[in-house]
Write a protein that binds this ligand. Structure first.
Ligand SMILES: Cc1cc2nc3c(=O)[nH]c(=O)nc-3n(C[C@H](O)[C@H](O)[C@H](O)COP(=O)(O)OP(=O)(O)OC[C@H]3O[C@@H](n4cnc5c(N)ncnc54)[C@H](O)[C@@H]3O)c2cc1C
Ligand code: FES
Ligand code: FES
Length: 497
């Protein structure tokens, strides 16, 4: 039977390799050539493969088992080095970056949902090269450098020189981005974004600013208020043009000026000079043109006044893992279509045949027979496929099935205890009537259970954060939130004091 194109699944992946050193990843990249694509979190690539947008690619080289790549380090010269598999949630949790890289932390916090941020990497965001990608403008304003490696050598290039055009970069076919480096710069920064909703929204407009002020004695006093003068400023605009762009006219004007109301108003007026905003499904060019000065004015004022806000004690859905997936010796793997996956699911060793073309959720349902995890959107938007991968909540529809090899997976079937007694969150969903059609519920239970493991007494805000990647079209959410509070009460009552 020949299926209609809309019924057909995406591109077939025939080979999956997970090396544990950079050298072996580079060798695989050179050997496989055009047929291979590097995968980190897979949150862009799996969607592209599903939409047949990577013609000729039938091999994935997974970087997430390489230990050298998942670290955030401060170098001797004060610069900060971010490895290629560092995730958005790792950035949000990093004390070093919360102190020295505020725009990047704010941008990472804006990406998708907790399950997505547990897998999606900053480098993946940079290489995908969409002008709407949140972290690129932050890294642009912070003057980040990229380290590119191939078997033949290493190149260090400024991020600002990495882009050719929309979704196009100067990365060579045989190269990996191994690190991003933030230079040690004086100053402070901010990132602001406007999307069409508060979570899981691609930007309509975003911007990042890095500002260095003159020393205090250079301040300009109006009446009794002292305004700092600008020594240097970088303003990067995202989602308004085919690539991220600098607001050159505003940057030039601000040089040496005191940051008072009039100066900020003029900088806001100048911010769009030379920029030709785009129209797309998210907003018209006119709307973007109107937004730019408003957002610039608010961002500059907040930055001057020290009001660049970071999330306090946010919900990551990663419990005690520190956001790190296991890496290193013994975890390397190479799978072709006929090979088996050996893994642990809900505490039990499981071996099942591999479809290298499958995602984790399809494999769990079709090869392992665990049908509790549901497939909704198949592109990371709805959360019904939420499972735990090595202790972290992830979207199962965006994980290649072969990534399960040597991993520790938990599905909704694993929530009850060994005697079969329901997890408190399952019982609470029943008791509060938090279920209607039920399709989304396995995903809500998994996110809720991981939240309670991470924060046994979550605030309302933390519950909203934890559920920002789970959609329900029936319940209206109130009962679901009530159920989490109820489960938290039960856990508190049962915990040894
Ligand atoms: C539901 C959903 C919501 C999203 N929301 C947002 C959002 O709000 N903001 C936003 O900016 N993005 C968003 N994204 C896009 C995506 O999550 C990010 O771009 C993410 O950072 C990509 O990282 P990754 O590790 O998953 O990349 P992958 O998908 O693994 O890779 C992306 C690309 O980079 C290449 N690549 C990865 N690592 C390397 C490397 N080290 N060297 C060379 N090439 C490499 C891959 O071959 C691929 O072409 C969303 C995606 C989904 C599915
Ligand atoms: S998020 Fe995976 S099926 Fe919707
Ligand atoms: S209960 Fe029906 S989609 Fe949530």
């Amino acid at each position: 039977m020949i299926m209609h194109p809309i019924q057909q699944r995406g591109q077939t992946i025939k080979q999956y390799d997970a090396p544990t050193t950079i050298e072996s990843a580079l060798k695989l990249l050179a050997d496989y050539g055009k047929r291979a694509r590097v995968i980190a979190g897979g949150t862009d690539l799996i969607v592209e493969l599903d939409r047949n947008q990577r013609q000729g690619v039938d091999t994935l080289i997974d970087l997430t088992r390489i230990p050298e790549l998942n670290q955030i380090e401060q170098l001797a010269n004060g610069a900060i080095r971010i490895g290629a598999t560092v995730t958005h949630n790792q950035i949000v949790a990093s004390d070093l970056l919360r102190e020295r890289g505020v725009p990047l932390v704010q941008a990472c916090w804006e990406v998708g949902s907790p399950q997505l941020r547990n897998r999606a990497t900053v480098v993946g965001n940079v290489v995908t090269a969409s002008p709407a990608n949140d972290t690129i403008s932050a890294l642009w304003a912070m003057d980040a450098q990229l380290t590119l490696r191939s078997l033949t050598g290493v190149r260090e290039i400024p991020l600002r020189q990495f882009y050719k055009g929309v979704r196009q970069t100067f990365l060579a076919e045989n190269e990996l981005v191994t690190h991003i480096t933030l230079p040690a710069r004086a100053g402070k920064g901010i990132y602001v974004k406007l999307g069409n909703r508060r979570a899981q929204a691609i930007s309509v407009v975003h911007l990042a600013i890095w500002l260095e002020e003159e020393p205090a004695h250079q301040t300009h006093t109006t009446n009794t208020v002292a305004f700092p003068r600008v020594k240097h400023v970088d303003i990067a605009l995202g989602s308004v043009a085919p690539t991220i762009v600098s607001a050159a006219a505003a940057e030039q004007f601000l040089q040496g000026q005191p940051l008072n109301v009039d100066v900020i108003a003029e900088a806001a007026r100048l911010v769009g000079v030379g920029v030709k905003p785009i129209s797309d499904v998210r907003g018209s060019a006119d709307y973007r043109t109107d937004l730019l000065p408003i957002m610039t004015k608010r961002a500059l004022t907040a930055l001057r006044d020290g009001h660049a806000v970071l999330p306090t004690d946010p919900a990551f859905l990663q419990a005690a893992t520190n956001g790190l997936f296991p890496t290193g010796n013994g975890l390397e793997s190479s799978h072709s279509q006929d090979d088996m996956i050996h893994t642990t699911i809900n505490g039990n060793p499981i071996s099942a045949p591999l479809g290298t073309h499958q995602t984790l959720v399809d494999w769990l349902r079709e090869a392992v027979g665990l049908t509790g995890t549901k497939l909704g959107c198949a592109e990371g938007e709805c959360g019904s496929c939420t499972v735990f991968l090595d202790g972290m909540a992830v979207m199962g529809c965006l994980v290649p099935a072969a990534r399960a090899h040597h991993a520790d997976i938990m599905t909704v079937e694993g929530l009850p205890d060994q005697s079969g007694e329901l997890h408190p969150i399952q019982q609470a969903f029943i008791d509060t009537g938090a279920v209607q059609c039920g399709y989304c519920i396995p995903g809500f239970l998994m996110s809720g259970a991981k939240l309670l493991e991470e924060k046994p007494n979550p605030s309302h805000e933390q519950i909203l954060q934890a559920y920002s990647g789970n959609l329900c079209r029936c319940t209206g959410y109130y009962k679901i939130i009530e159920a989490v509070h109820a489960a938290s009460d039960v856990l508190a009552a049962n915990s040894p004091s």
